[in-house]
Design a protein around this ligand. Structure first.
Ligand SMILES: *Cc1c(COP(=O)(O)O)cnc(C)c1O
Length: 380
């Protein structure tokens, strides 16, 4: 049996187990304890965020952010369309309606021009959104400044979904730290993982304090259990925060390894026609969380799906670029500004195996298999 090559598997360093052992030794097994506090502090140091609250997932962090802004029934919330469903699901948890915004080609992220257009249109009919959820896709920051400027101009809160972009930069700073709140994910496939987890950050300490309050069942300060708010059970475990602390130590190595994958792929596939990699915008550094490319089938000789299936035959996992949310059956009724760019990237885009623990031999095997698929197609 050949060992499968996965898209983005977890990659532990050498301190995680020590921190977990420490949690066991001191019996801090609950969603409270010293690792949790330290993880939040160390996360702030690394990202430059003002304050941070560790929660059970990135999705939970988005949900709490919307809750804190007071998003509710009848409200609209703008969201990037080219993203994972978890970016928008919490909008629906709150009884609000998502409105999707297309990407621009230079970053594959939300188009600042389209966002402004959408805000202008909504302002004219007196129905501005309660918030904008801006996604930083595949390890690359969106063009935050013009987006933040448009949000500020219309008085709309900006929530940054930086689930895929920890370790990236935008003009030297971490995406996720510009908006009113930012969120990150430590799911098993992200650049670092706690097996499952997330973080909410903000410059405003009250928002982060309130996040912790809501994430731990909204208990009023009383010896008996008393509640004046509906709360959630969303806090991260102290055991998992230990894993997170270990992973933060190796974050810069993980970024370097993923960027190495990208370099290796670009060199190895440079001779193939009709292949274009996700561009890196000049305002920052992408982590290349996933190496993504688009295929022009006429020039290449076959389409994206043929490549994906050819790789799968060799036990190599690759995936189409996110199916845009406005095309998802569950969001089919939702309004979308633009959509053609995301649709094109979805129909021709492929994410290659991008784990930080890939060996050069494995990378070469992926490259070789893609060459093989292409050869077979043009001979037909
Ligand atoms: C993974 C991901 C999320 C959700 O994070 P979880 O920790 O898995 O809940 C949200 N948005 C994007 C863009 C993601 O990639």
């Amino acid at each position: 049996m050949k060992k499968p090559i996965l898209l983005s598997p977890p990659h532990m360093g050498d301190r995680e187990l020590k921190y977990v052992q420490e949690a066991f030794d001191t019996n801090w097994i609950a969603p409270v304890g010293p690792h949790l506090d330290a993880f939040e502090q160390e996360f702030c140091q690394i990202t430059g965020a003002g304050h941070a609250a560790a929660v059970s997932s990135g999705t939970a962090a988005i949900h709490l952010a919307l809750q804190l802004i007071g998003v509710g029934r009848g409200d609209e919330v703008f969201c990037s369309t080219l993203t994972f469903a978890a970016s928008a699901n919490p909008i629906v948890y709150q009884g609000a309606t998502p409105v999707f915004i297309d990407s621009d080609r230079k970053s594959w992220n939300m188009s600042p021009d389209l966002l402004r257009e959408a805000l202008e249109k909504k302002a004219r009919i007196g129905k501005l959104p309660k918030a904008v959820i801006l996604v930083h896709l595949y390890g690359q920051s969106a063009d935050i400044e013009p987006i933040l400027a448009a949000c500020d101009e219309y008085g709309v809160a900006l929530i940054e979904d930086a689930a895929e972009a920890l370790g990236a930069t935008y003009k030297g700073r971490s995406p996720g730290t510009f908006g009113l709140m930012g969120i990150y994910s430590f799911n098993g496939n992200k650049i670092i993982t706690t097996s499952g987890g997330g973080m909410l950050v903000s410059e405003q300490s009250e928002l982060v304090a309130k996040t912790r309050f809501l994430a731990t069942q909204a208990r009023d300060p009383a010896p008996h259990y008393q509640h004046s708010h509906i709360g959630y059970n969303y806090r991260l475990s102290n055991v998992l925060a230990g894993i997170g602390r270990g992973q933060l130590h190796v974050l810069s190595q993980r970024v370097a390894a993923r960027r190495h994958n990208y370099e290796f792929y670009t060199q190895g596939l440079a001779d193939l026609p009709g292949v274009e990699f996700m561009p890196e915008a000049d305002y920052g550094m992408s982590t290349r969380w996933l190496t993504c490319l688009t295929i022009n089938p006429k020039e290449f000789g076959c389409d994206r799906e043929t490549i994906r299936l050819g790789l799968a035959e060799q036990q190599i996992e690759s995936r189409p670029v996110w199916k845009p949310l406005h095309l998802q059956p569950v969001f089919s009724e939702c309004e979308c500004f633009g959509g053609e760019v995301a649709e094109d990237l979805f129909s021709r885009g492929l994410c290659l195996p991008s784990g930080s623990n890939l060996t050069d031999r494995e990378l070469s095997l992926v490259i070789q298999t893609i060459h093989q698929v292409q050869q077979n197609s043009i001979q037909k």
